[in-house]
Design a protein around this ligand. Structure first.
Ligand code: G3P
Ligand code: MG
Length: 223
């Protein structure tokens, strides 16, 4: 089962920072998940929330701030909010990367940023709850694997899943069970679950045949 560091090793280090990504690499994780949003000047940056308040103590929306003002904020332990390009450079093929398209416009801008990078594309998976962003990303870079993110896999999700050649379905662990995992495997999808933070939960996911778990505590499942 893949050990996927959710926002880096975010249980012990500030989420979505170069520090949390480096700590995850040190733990030999299979993959690091991070959230991509578009800044006011169009640079893709790595931050989960729409606003900067929870993670930096600053104020305002990411999309209303240019890169210079985002860089002045403290994302925890003196870390800055990384750009996508800084995160890719740090990881540099040392583990897989799951880029979650988290905001409007992130699909196109992430594709452009990857096109300009040095092409470790086989180790990248792009995921989103936002089908429009996935469609726009896929139109630019069709060879990169895609994951569909959902909490509970309802009927609307099933329609959306039919629109693109998804590699995996990534579901909230609270809505998953063995029947759903078997059914998705039967449709040839990999199944990943989030957010799995205890050994007990991970054992359960293993029993159901889940292929990978997103966790804030990758050290718990250290190989
Ligand atoms: O990709 C798994 C998980 O990150 C999705 O939810 O809100 O943590 O981005 P969220
Ligand atoms: Mg995420």
């Amino acid at each position: 089962m893949l050990n996927i560091a959710h926002r880096g090793a975010s249980g012990k280090h500030p989420e979505n920072t170069l520090l949390s990504f480096q700590k995850a690499i040190d733990l030999n994780v299979d993959m690091i998940e991070m959230d991509v949003r578009v800044s006011g000047c169009g640079t893709p940056v790595i931050i989960h929330d729409e606003t900067v308040s929870r993670t930096t103590g600053g104020r305002g929306k990411v999309r209303n701030k240019n890169i210079a003002s985002l860089k002045k904020l403290d994302a925890g332990n003196g870390q800055q909010i990384p750009t996508l390009s800084e995160a890719l450079n740090l990881i540099d093929g040392r583990c897989g990367i799951n880029l979650e398209l988290a905001s409007c416009g992130s699909g196109i801008l992430t594709a452009r940023s990857l096109e300009a990078s040095h092409g470790i594309w086989d180790s990248i998976v792009v995921s989103s709850f936002l089908i429009k962003e996935l469609i726009e990303f896929h139109a630019q870079l069709p060879r990169i694997r895609l994951s569909y993110l959902t909490d509970d896999l309802n009927l609307k999700d099933m329609e959306k899943i039919s629109l693109l050649p998804f590699y995996s379905i990534n579901m909230n662990k609270d809505f998953l069970n063995k029947f759903v995992v078997d059914w998705l495997h039967g449709l040839s999808f990999q199944v990943f679950s989030f957010t799995v933070n205890t050994k007990e939960e991970r054992r359960l996911m293993g029993n159901w045949g889940v292929d990978g778990v997103f966790t804030d505590y990758p050290e718990l499942f250290h190989k």
